[in-house]
Design a protein around this ligand. Sequence first.
Ligand code: NAD
Length: 321
Amino acid sequence: MELAGVADVAATSLVNVAQKRSYAIFAANDDAADAMRKAGLTLAGNLTDGLRSADLVVDTSPKGITARNAEMYRSLNVPFIVNGGEEHELTGHSFSALANYRETLSKQAVRVVSCNTTALCRVVTALKRSSVGIADIFATIIRRAADPVRTKSGPVNAIVPVLGGLSHHAPDVLTVIPDIPIASLAAVVSSTLSHVHMVRIQFKAPVDRDTLLRSFKSTPRIVLVSGERGIVDNAHVLELHRDLLRPRGDMWEVAIWEDSVYVEGNMAVLSYCVHMESIAVPENVDAIRAMLELERDPGISIRRTDEALGCYREDADYGSL
Ligand SMILES: NC(=O)c1ccc[n+]([C@@H]2O[C@H](COP(=O)([O-])OP(=O)(O)OC[C@H]3O[C@@H](n4cnc5c(N)ncnc54)[C@H](O)[C@@H]3O)[C@@H](O)[C@H]2O)c1
C-alpha cells in the first residue's frame, strides 16, 4: 500500500508533520487552501486532485464533514471508508476485521466502527471462539473525556452517565455482529488516557476460566495484562506500551486484565482497556485490503497488518478467522 497523500483544512504544525514526512498534502476545500499555503504548506492540489491518484480514500474528518465528503466520493466513483463517528446508514456496511472481513470484500463504502465498538466486537468474537453459547452480554463503558490533545473538552471534574436508557454502543455492535444478545451503559469520566470496559457475560452452559483465557490468548489483537504483575490500571497499561516503544504510545490491541476474568457457573466478568486513538488503525488497513480484494482471507490480511504495525503474536491463531 502506498499513501497517495493527506487532505486537511488545518494550517497547523500537526499537518506540517505530514509535509516533513514527504506525504503529498491536499487542501480539503478551496477556502482552506490559502491559509494552508500562507502557513508554509506546499499543496499538491485540492482533495479532488488527490482522489484522482487514489484507489480508495479513508475519511477521518470530523462528524458532519464526512457525510458531505461521501457524496463527492460517490460522484467520483472512489471507494471510501468512514470512521466510527458516522452513522451505519452512511455506508450501509459496518466493519470490524475479526468479525466480518469476508462480508466486506469488494464493498465500495464501509464504516470502520468506533474505538469502543471495535473493542466490543473483538471481545465478542473471542467469546464466540470459546464455543460456549452466549445467552446475554452486558457491558459498562467508562469513556475518557477526550483525546489528550483536545484541551478544551471536558468534563474536567465530573462523571457523566448516559441518561434515558441504554447506551448506543451495544446497538452499534449489532451492525457488525447481528446475532448477539448484548446491551450496554456508559459514563464519561475526567480522564484522557483510554476507555475501560467492564463486561458481564451469561453463557448458556457452565464455562471454565481456562477456556475463556485460551480464547483470549489465541485471538489476534487481544493481549492479556496482569494486575499481579504490576499493570493495575489503564495508566500502567499505556506506560507498558510506551516502554515497548510503540509509536505515539499506540496500543492497537484490546488489553484484558487477566486477573479480572472471573467465572461463576454460567457467568463470567472481565475488564479491559481500549486505546481510543489507535485501536481502529489496523481495522482501517484491513478494510482497505478487503474492499479492494487485495486479500480474500481475513487471517492473512490481519496477520500482514499486525506484522507491518508490530503487533503480530506468534501464539495467536490467525488461521481460523
Ligand atoms: N479520536 C478518537 O479517539 C477516535 C477513535 C476512533 C474513531 N474515531 C473516529 O475518527 C473520526 C475522526 O475523529 P477525530 O477525533 O480524529 O477527529 P478530529 O476532529 O480530530 O479531526 C481529524 C482531522 O480532520 C481535520 N478536519 C477538520 N475539518 C476538516 C474538513 N472540513 N475536511 C477535512 N479534514 C478536516 C482536522 O484538522 C483533523 O486533522 C470520527 O469519525 C471519529 O468518531 C475517533
